[in-house]
Design a protein. Structure first.
Ligand code: CTP
Length: 402
């Protein structure tokens, strides 16, 4: 899965022969799962039609502040376009546009959008070799890089003039690879190992019966998915659930009982940077597991139960550099109970779901949580578990970088 999946890409196309390659580039972005909007300079339209790029990007293409052919023309808002994007890519970037970008000229929609964008800006120069070498062009590269813009260097090869040398725009596949590497290198959880427990655990009573609970594992699975997207190496220790993991970057280890979950966590804990215990672990198990199915002989049946391992508390005792995150599901004295667990299990923070909140807890796609630190409480709105997962990981990134 590409790191560019879901990214909003604003492509700026300027008037150079390499503009014809932007058709392939837009297709590559779409195939990678990105959203693409295109702004062209008027000169770029001589090299590739807006219709081609709007068909491929599935979005309207903009090239002027208003649409000249439409008498009800609307103002094409360069500020809105700039704010929409996760990053802007100017490809091909001609010497003329680069020089205007460096000097703050904004005499077309692309330049005004560039000036008002707040996102990272990449530029892929394309020009003839003597233009590429000219001190004035080199100066534009230098100034733009000092502004924080990122250059995707041109390649060496045959140029449209028939000459041979530096100035040929990087190939679309090369541009995509450059961007994917950039975003992989800069992911906030890159190089971090995260261990997550999810779902219920089952404790056998006899060969056909068990003690379990209603946990589906959704929260833990969403955290695992979000964490790999942010660059983490994720091991997900999952109790029995109907969920499947569609991201093969997640190392999924399936277990049934608390003891199996404990063993799986225990053997990985030393090398882990963050342990997130989202599983609803069975606290008790039968002292003996019947070898045969228990028959109903009497009016009542008593089972003697004994405590299972408290996985999180054990890791809390072993904690060295690791960050530990727990979950608490409470019905009364919520904050006080959660704070006690935070202390008792030696956690960095605890995520509290209240069963009193509609749409929170088990079997729902939404959750309403509070994140509780020893001295701070952060309350979040009711939102999809995908977003709750991101909120939790944002807190973890802050903890790791503190
Ligand atoms: N937990 C665990 N192992 C257990 C029990 C709980 O790792 N045997 C973890 C859960 O995954 C959760 C946190 O500990 O992150 C809190 O679990 P909870 O069952 O609410 O807390 P307990 O300490 O068991 O307290 P109580 O059941 O009395 O509320």
């Amino acid at each position: 899965m590409s790191v560019l999946k879901g990214k909003k890409v604003l492509m700026g196309v300027t008037g150079g022969i390499a503009a014809y390659k932007t058709a392939s580039l837009v297709r590559l972005f779409i195939r990678a799962g990105a959203q693409v909007r295109v702004v062209m300079t008027p000169a770029a339209k001589e090299f590739i039609t807006p219709l081609t790029l709007s068909t491929l990007s599935k979005n309207e293409v903009y090239s002027s502040f208003t649409d000249e052919e439409d008498e009800n023309a609307q103002w094409n808002n360069h500020v809105e376009l700039g704010l929409w994007a996760d990053f802007m890519l100017i490809a091909p970037a001609t010497a003329n546009t680069l020089s205007k970008m460096a000097s703050g000229n904004s005499d077309n929609l692309l330049l005004a959008t560039y000036l008002s964008s707040k996102c990272p800006v990449f530029f892929a120069p394309a020009m003839d070799l003597d233009m590429y070498k000219h001190p004035s062009t080199k100066n534009s590269f230098k100034i733009l890089q000092e502004y924080g813009n990122i250059m995707i260097p041109a390649g060496d090869g045959e140029l449209a003039s028939g000459l041979h040398g530096e100035g040929r725009m990087a190939e679309p596949e090369g541009i995509l690879k450059f961007l994917e590497e950039h975003y992989t290198e800069n992911l906030p959880l890159k190089g971090r190992k995260i261990l997550i427990t999810a779902g219920p655990t089952y404790e056998a009573i006899d060969p056909v019966r068990f003690i379990g609970n209603h946990s589906t594992g959704k929260m833990g699975y969403e955290i695992a998915r979000a964490a790999v997207k942010l660059g983490a190496e994720v091991s997900l220790i999952s109790g029995p659930t109907h969920l499947s993991m569609d991201d093969d970057r997640v190392d999924l280890i399936k277990v049934t009982s608390t003891h199996e979950m404990y063993e799986a966590v225990s053997s990985r804990f030393k090398d882990t940077d963050v342990f997130i215990a989202s599983a609803a672990v069975a606290d008790y198990k039968p002292v003996t597991v019947a070898g045969e199915k228990i028959k109903k002989d009497d009016q009542s049946l008593s089972l003697e139960l004994t405590r299972t391992e408290d996985i999180l508390a054990s890791m809390g005792e072993r904690k060295e550099h690791q960050k530990l995150i727990g979950f608490a599901l409470e019905t009364n004295n919520e904050v006080e109970n959660a704070r006690n667990k935070l202390k008792r299990k030696n956690l960095d923070f605890i995520v509290l779901n209240s069963l009193n909140d509609k749409g929170a807890g088990f079997k729902t796609d939404t959750n309403k949580v509070s994140i509780i630190y020893p001295n701070i409480i952060k309350d979040f709105e009711l939102k999809p578990k995908t977003e709750v997962a991101r909120d939790i990981l944002t807190e973890i990134i802050e903890l790791l970088n503190a």
